[in-house]
Design a protein around this ligand. Structure first.
Ligand SMILES: O=C(O)[C@@H](O)[C@H](O)[C@H](O)C(=O)CO
Length: 496
């Protein structure tokens, strides 16, 4: 009797705490629905769902069929079948009242560890969160990303709900495609509609440019804001002629863009959508006046957003702690949180990976209602496991990253000091994982993720990818535990 036959027989006898040599069984995945018993197992490095029973669900699942059981791959078709019969395996929108954390998984294997980190806490995970930039760099699709998240939810038997964020989308087509695939959150990236050149102009040039706007447009803004102050709970936002002109020129088009996308792609959808607006990926830090201006403009035009991501003072660089004056950050963040409260949405913190020095401030002033996005730190925890378990592979990846760092800088803003990274030859194998505790090495390995995963030799063979995923498959428990601890530390610092 082969292993699957043994497991099927056990399921038939209502035994699902099964143990077999050479097979990893996920007992928390066990479910009985519509005359079918299902459980996830891993044998020969491959995860499958073993289904035993009969009826429509059993028939709809694709897999190697035997008498009364099937060995089902984690395929897209089977994910859709699970979604149909097990609603908890489908993503959902959460609205504004509960904290959420974006857990970008560039590898498709991090969600089990993420679920173990959030389980039992007053926060919900956005497990499927990738930007178009990440999809391009990892050669994945939103369908792959959502499949991976749904199967992880099945594997972990996680029934508290999870989200799926089409992150940093800039076009109607990408938004429609993500929503049609079942994504429940959309992050609209407004960076291309924000005019970063205005900050470089003189006051005279700003005025000249402002008076090039149609008179009706200028009069509308001046009637609404000029020489007016708007009271918030503990502060007020005032618009002089100077800052009004600048905000109109910098953010006016972005506000129009948000309204247009909302009316065309979000408002009329017959599904709940967490609609986030991102103005963080710009050169221009978002002043409280600018934040209020964008919020008021879209609020008064009946746009209902779930969250907004300003660009805060200081530096929110990828995969490392906040860089800047944390007192100035607190002073400004308090006002940003008041603005969000005033208009009834959550503040969203992008590049939230490892921002430990400001997490308590974020938790305090949002009163625990926030959205924090992470992604790079989840990739770096995988790199840490590789450094610990496959030092030769880590050395090759580290060296390749050094040789291709400048190429990677095209995708992410970092202030990495490459010379500050201890040379590989000076580090013993058992110390390699220490690189993941040093900012410069973290950023080196972080922004080169796409280059490393796609790198091939002259014959077209992957240089690192297969060995990288094999190492993580062999050390699945270690990666899960690393994420449970590291994301757990994020959540504790955020007050969750
Ligand atoms: O790398 C990306 O494109 C994403 O992870 C993006 O930065 C995301 O919005 C984020 O802020 C995750 O920390």
């Amino acid at each position: 009797m082969d292993i699957y036959e043994k497991i099927a027989a056990a399921l038939k006898d209502n035994r699902h705490n099964i143990q077999l040599d050479g097979v990893k069984i996920y007992p928390q995945s066990y479910v009985e629905v519509d005359m079918v018993k299902m459980i996830m197992v891993k044998a020969a490095e491959k995860k499958v769902i073993l289904a035993q029973g009969s009826g429509p669900l059993f028939q709809e699942l694709e897999g190697e069929a035997y008498d009364d059981y099937k060995v089902c791959n984690c395929s897209h078709l089977n994910r859709v079948v699970l979604n149909k019969y097990l609603p908890y395996t489908k993503p959902s929108a959460f609205g504004k009242e509960i904290a959420t954390i974006g857990l970008g998984d560039r590898l498709g294997i991090a969600s089990p560890g993420h679920i173990q980190a959030v389980k039992g806490r007053e926060i919900r995970p956005i497990l499927a969160q990738q930007s178009i930039r990440e999809l391009n760099l990892t050669n994945r699709t939103y369908r792959n990303v959502l499949d991976a998240a749904c199967f992880a939810v099945f594997q972990e038997g996680y029934k508290d709900g999870f989200g799926a964020d089409g992150d940093h989308l800039k076009t109607e087509e990408d938004i429609q495609s993500a929503l049609d695939l079942g994504f429940t959150m959309i992050t609209l990236d407004c960076s291309e509609m924000i005019d970063n050149t205005i900050d470089k102009l003189t006051d005279t040039e700003v005025e000249e440019k402002y008076y090039q706007l149609p008179q009706s447009v200028r009069e509308r803004y001046e009637t609404r804001y000029l020489d007016k102050c708007f009271e918030l709970r503990n502060s007020k936002i005032c618009f002089s002629k100077e800052n009004l002109m600048k905000n109109v020129l910098i953010y006016g088009a972005a506000a129009d863009f948000i309204v247009a996308i909302y009316e065309k792609q979000i408002k009329h959808r017959d599904q709940k959508i967490d609609f986030e607006v991102s103005i963080d990926e710009t050169v221009t830090p978002t002043t409280p006046e600018a934040h209020y201006f964008v919020a008021r403009e879209i609020y008064d035009r009946q746009v209902d957003i779930n969250s907004m991501a300003p660009r805060f003072c200081g530096e929110f660089q990828k995969g490392i702690d906040y860089i800047g004056d944390i007192h100035q950050f607190e002073k400004e963040f308090q006002v940003h949180a008041e603005i969000a409260d005033h208009f009834g949405y959550k503040i969203s913190i992008h590049s939230g990976s490892d921002k430990f020095s400001v997490f308590q401030t974020i938790g305090r002033y949002t009163e625990g209602r926030f959205h924090v996005k992470t992604a790079g730190t989840n990739w770096l925890e995988a790199v840490r496991v590789v450094a610990e378990k496959n030092p030769n592979l880590y050395r090759k990846m580290h060296q390749y990253a050094l040789e291709h760092f400048d190429e990677a800088r095209a995708y992410y803003h970092v202030t990495t000091d490459i010379e500050g990274i201890v040379p590989l030859e000076k580090v013993n194998d058992h110390e390699l994982s220490q690189y993941m505790n040093e900012n410069n090495a973290r950023q080196l390995l972080h922004i080169t993720y796409g280059i490393l995963l796609q790198a091939k030799d002259a014959s077209g063979q992957y240089l690192f990818r297969e060995d990288f995923f094999y190492t993580l498959e062999q050390h699945e428990a270690e990666y899960d535990e690393a994420l449970r601890k590291h994301i757990g530390r994020h959540l504790e610092q955020l007050g969750k």
